[in-house]
Design a binder for this molecule. Structure first.
Ligand code: F6R
Length: 590
């Protein structure tokens, strides 16, 4: 899970690559480096965040009009300068950056060590020595012959001072897009790497490679060597999406964008939603699959499909789909993935496809891998999410999934006017919630002063509780668990003491809220401290009061509250909110 980018043209390449790496830093940020060719290849690399490295070694200052760069999230080998990319061959004439995992690197390394000097512990280094081994007079040929011996996944950029006008790039199961610019061409793990200079992109598919020069791009098949005609993607995203606009962190900006991102999801063309709803109506079995926050969106939707459309839809952790699901040619599997690059979710979708299922995807990132092989693609239109912790993309996923449930209900002849009307009021209700930000911040200061937390909800807010716990854990590093309120008494309640506080999501008057109140009493009776996030009136000391909705739509109203609580607790603890330790925005490894 890393970010890679490159530039070749007439401009100062290391500057473009540095800018691109900063945009890709969310993909990994334990070390980074750039290699540029002037007359020879020069490399600068170090451990730490990009800005620190720039300050220490002037990373962006390398001569030459061709360069490649890498920002790393360590998989093979610790966080050291030697393990940072780019990697060089023995002669220092070939440089490589790589995102992915070479699974047969041990055998290859053993073989190559007889002749080549290795300087890192990475799997990537075998690539550069193998290219060196295969290099006769043609870099393209050497790369292709190398790839034929490689098992695993890769997005790869290769340059050589012997052929200083070109970057050879290749892709297998790790994302790579080429950006077409004026006076030069770009390549990156996603479009944000070159968005400031190019709005035209060619996404590479698996088993494709390209030869990129300053004024040409040639894409070919790795398997047949044949030239391919590729569509050019026009990108509408603006660079503004990647700016903080006065907010101290992207996460806070993205939390505040939710009324408008939900509106965007509400405006997705009805035909796109209907096509998928029709496929759902036809399918005998339907699975929603995702990871982390996206899985929680699937779990909320499971309730909607059952309550609104009367249809059994099963939400499955994508890393477990192959173990759990019964998939055949009468099955529809819908992947839910913000990035469209999560390894587990792509693997689940690939497995389902192999078993004959139809594949759909709800996705945010344009040109991402998931969009390239699903039959049905719904772009959730949330705009770029920079903070590692997912916020606005979660409520956009919810919005798309709710629209699917409503559409399916319509196809089944059900009356959905009431819920449709109420859904249209959600952006305004969300604004009301965001207007009590100071009160929420106050609770983050006064209530969150122990090290363990339980989040509880019931029914459709069981996944709300799980998502709230995930948000708190990932950006504050405090321990939290989320579960159904009913489950608490079956074991976990024994943890309640002065070091374990409970946060309960209580929707408007409903059977579930009455039951929750008695679960809350069980916690209070054991001297547990409870914060109630409530849509109705409560008779408790610690509460946050929210606008009313029907219970079925309450996950939208609770989301900004737990997101802001996690955010302010993280700020209070001095955490790096947008880039929590050990995490990266898209998890492209198993
Ligand atoms: C949590 C978070 C992760 C992602 C998960 C799936 O804030 O961001 O849990 O939700 O890694 O990512 P996508 O949706 O890109 O497949």
């Amino acid at each position: 899970m890393c970010g890679i980018t490159g530039y070749v043209g007439t401009g100062k390449a290391s500057r473009y690559v540095f800018e691109g790496l900063k945009k890709l830093e969310y993909r990994g940020y334990d070390s980074c480096g750039i290699a540029a060719i002037d007359d020879i290849i020069r490399v600068k690399k170090d451990t730490g965040m990009i800005d620190e490295i720039e300050e220490r070694i002037d990373l962006s200052e390398l001569p030459g009009c061709i360069a490649i760069g890498h920002t790393r999230w360590a998989t093979h080998g610790g966080v050291t300068v030697e393990n940072a990319h780019p990697h060089l061959d023995c002669s220092g004439t070939i440089a490589v950056v790589h995102n992915g995992i070479i699974s047969n690197y041990k055998e290859l390394r053993k073989e190559l060590e007889k002749k080549h000097r290795f300087t890192s512990d990475t799997d990537t280094e075998v690539l550069v020595h193998l290219i060196e081994e295969n290099y006769k007079q043609n870099l393209e040929e050497a790369v292709i012959n190398t790839l034929k011996r490689i098992k695993g996944t890769y997005a790869l950029l290769v340059i050589s001072s012997e052929e200083p006008d070109r970057i050879i790039v290749a892709r297998k199961e790790s994302p790579l897009l080429i950006g077409l610019g004026d006076g030069g061409n770009f390549v990156g793990s996603d479009v944000s790497a070159f968005l400031a200079h190019s709005r035209k992109a060619i996404p590479l598919d698996d088993d494709e490679y390209a030869v990129i020069t300053g004024n040409s791009v040639e894409v070919k098949s790795i398997i047949t060597g044949k030239k391919l005609d590729k569509d050019i993607l026009e990108i509408e995203l603006t660079e503004k999406a990647a700016m903080k606009e006065g907010y101290p962190y992207f996460m806070l900006k993205e939390i505040h964008e939710q009324p408008s991102t939900i509106t965007s999801a509400q405006n997705i063309y009805p035909e796109e939603i209907r096509t998928v709803a029709e496929a759902m109506q036809k399918a005998e079995k339907i699975y929603l699959t995702g990871a982390g926050t996206s899985l929680h969106a699937c779990e909320v939707a499971e309730y909607w499909f059952s309550k609104i459309a009367g249809k059994l839809v099963v939400a499955v952790d994508s890393s477990e789909l192959e173990n759990r699901a019964v998939v055949d040619n009468k099955t529809l599997v819908i992947g839910v993935t913000q990035s469209g690059e999560t390894y587990d979710t792509l693997s689940a979708m690939r497995f389902a496809k192999k078993m004959g299922a139809e594949i759909g995807v709800i996705v945010n990132v344009i040109g991402s891998t998931a969009t390239r092989f699903a039959e049905y693609v719904i772009m959730q239109s949330s705009g770029m999410e920079v903070s590692v912790a997912a916020t606005k993309t979660y409520t956009s996923q919810l919005s798309v999934l709710l629209r699917l449930a409503i559409e399916l209900a319509k196809l089944e002849g059900k009356d959905v006017k009431v819920i449709e009307k109420e859904f249209s009021s959600i952006p305004d209700k969300m604004r009301q919630v965001l207007s009590i930000e100071d009160e929420i911040k106050g609770k983050a200061d006064s209530f969150f002063n122990v090290s363990n937390y339980l989040f509880i909800g019931k029914g459709i807010n069981t996944p709300t509780a799980e998502e709230a716990a995930l948000k708190l854990k990932e950006i504050t590093y405090l321990h939290a668990e989320g579960m159904s309120a009913g489950l608490l008494k079956h074991g976990t309640i024994s943890l309640i003491d002065e070091n374990m506080s409970t946060i309960a999501f209580l929707p408007s008057d409903s059977e579930n809220s009455a039951k929750m109140l008695s679960n809350i009493q069980e916690v209070s009776a054991r001297d547990g401290r409870v914060l109630i996030i409530s849509q109705g009136k409560v008779d408790e000391d610690e509460f946050i009061s929210l606008p009313d909705t029907s219970e079925v739509l309450s996950p939208f109203i609770f989301s900004p509250v737990f997101q802001l609580l996690a955010y302010y607790v993280a700020v209070k603890l001095g955490r790096n909110v947008d880039k929590p330790r050990a995490l990266a925005k898209s998890v492209t490894v198993e």
